[in-house]
Design a protein around this ligand. Structure first.
Ligand code: PEP
Ligand code: MN
Length: 463
């Protein structure tokens, strides 16, 4: 049943929310150790009283859109920072990110005539899993930075102590971001008539920017034509834009999971779409246990260590009713591994008739450290992984449903390559990410044009 009515049970046990204690008893990976238990309890109690950031009905709308992705009728664009920061919650930062995402979405939509589902990796992306619990610099070892949701980035003992009050701050920072995003996307900024103004001076000077100008001019002409023949273009004044983050911290995500008053079903109201990371997807772990109860559209990362049986077991456990749009697998193999690793997963899940949307994260399998000490990614590797993803899906007759990218609306130098030919020495110029390297605005637009060509080919194949 797609939309269970009042009181209906989609499957046994799913109408309840497991207790926080039960989740911890199951075992949650990647959680901070809070030294002050009373402070943690009071932060959680405060969060439980806060209003929802998103509504269940919005989550259902997004689920319907992702169902279209899983049927091969739409493409998902998910993008934003690896880790948001509290100091990054400024009008300029949010607007710049949104602007580039809107540009990318227009490029993809126009090139392939496929609807693009727009999902920001924002308004909640504050907690990070880490490969090591500790960080050592110049012989000093401190707890690792786990995102602004947990501790401070400054390399001092005091700043690295997990502070539960930060969870409340995540809520407020997410609310402020989402409020601004909602104003932008409904208040005229996302109007297709503004398509030129999203192209800032900086981008306009690049090859991708010039290409975008040409495309925007075509869109203007199409709009003028539609208006001339009397088509109502009012719908083009606003876009649907959704929020997403990795739901990592049990205390926060549990406090924000509520029974919806209309459907009496559990939703995580901290974001429209939440996902499980590569390090927390244990089948018997707390994240899978919490997520299987959620009625939001959810994602789960799959890296090179995932077997076809793992993927199938996760799909069965996370989406037992096989509800379309509910589950998205976000694969992150690395450019060198995707062509060998992905087919078996897709084949198995497809053969079993599971409804999933397949999304490519071409970032997390392609990270390396340069000789001068920067964590970076090569633009060409990112593109190669997306190409591999499209190739695999073409050979299997399945739909390459979307991409997840770590990007920013600013002129940073964190990934090497791209049309501006950023080299390793050039990374020092403006490296601002506190965790993973992001594509800058020109690289993001370049990626959109390249993916648009792949999408056009896939669309031709499908038609
Ligand atoms: C991420 O998306 O920032 C991330 C940590 O990814 P993964 O879980 O795939 O490593
Ligand atoms: Mn990341």
């Amino acid at each position: 049943m797609r939309h269970p009515g009042r009181g209906a049970t989609p499957y046994p046990g799913a109408v309840t929310i497991p207790s926080l204690e039960a989740l911890h008893a199951v075992g949650a990976a990647q959680q901070p150790t809070y030294p002050d238990r009373a402070a943690l309890d009071s932060a959680v109690a405060r969060l439980r009283t806060m209003p929802p950031l998103v509504f269940a009905g919005e989550c259902d709308d997004l689920k319907d859109k992702i169902a279209a992705v899983s049927r091969g009728e739409a493409f998902l664009l998910q993008g934003g920072d690896c880790a948001e920061t509290f100091s990054g919650v400024t009008a300029e930062n949010v607007r710049n990110k949104l602007r580039v995402l809107l540009q990318m979405a227009v490029v993809l939509t126009y090139a392939a005539s496929v609807p693009v589902v727009k999902l920001g990796r924002l308004a909640g992306q504050y907690a990070k899993p880490r490969s090591s619990d500790q960080e050592t610099r110049d012989g000093i070892t401190l707890p690792a930075y786990r995102g602004d949701a947990v501790n401070g980035f400054d390399f001092t003992a005091e700043s690295r102590i997990p502070d539960p009050q930060r969870l409340v701050e995540v809520y407020h920072a997410s609310a402020a971001t989402l409020n601004l995003v909602r104003a932008f996307v409904t208040g005229g900024y996302a109007d297709l008539r503004q398509v030129h103004t999203w192209n800032t001076d900086f981008v306009r000077g690049s090859v991708a920017g010039q290409r975008y100008e040409a495309l925007a001019a075509e869109i203007d002409k199409a709009m003028a034509f539609m208006e001339a023949i009397g088509v109502d273009t009012d719908d083009l004044r606003r876009v649907d834009f959704y929020s997403s983050h990795e739901a990592l911290l049990m205390e926060y995500e549990h406090a924000m999971t509520r029974i919806d008053s209309r459907t009496e079903l559990p939703y995580n109201v901290s974001g429209h779409f939440v996902w499980i990371g590569e390090r927390t997807r244990q089948l018997d772990g707390a994240h899978v246990e919490l997520f299987r109860h959620l009625r939001n559209p959810i994602g789960c990362k799959l890296g090179p260590s995932a077997t076809p049986d793992d993927a199938l077991a996760l799909a069965t456990r996370l989406n037992p009713d096989n509800e379309p749009g509910r589950l998205t697998f976000i694969t992150r193999f690395g450019a060198g591994k995707i062509r060998d690793g992905l087919p078996a997963l897709v084949e198995k899940v497809t053969a079993e008739g599971m409804n999933v949307a397949w999304v490519c994260d071409p970032m997390h399998g392609n990270t390396f450290e340069t000789a001068n000490g920067f964590k970076t990614r090569r633009f060409d590797d990112v593109i190669d992984e997306v190409q591999g993803f499209f190739d695999v899906h073409r050979s299997l007759g399945t739909w390459p449903g979307g991409i997840l990218v770590e990007m920013t609306g600013d002129d940073v130098t964190e990934c090497v390559g791209g049309g501006e030919e950023i080299d390793e020495a050039g990374l020092a110029h403006r490296y601002e990410s506190v965790v993973d390297p992001r594509l800058n605005r020109v690289q993001s637009l370049e990626l959109a044009f390249l993916v648009a060509e792949m999408l056009r080919a896939a669309e031709r194949e499908r038609a």
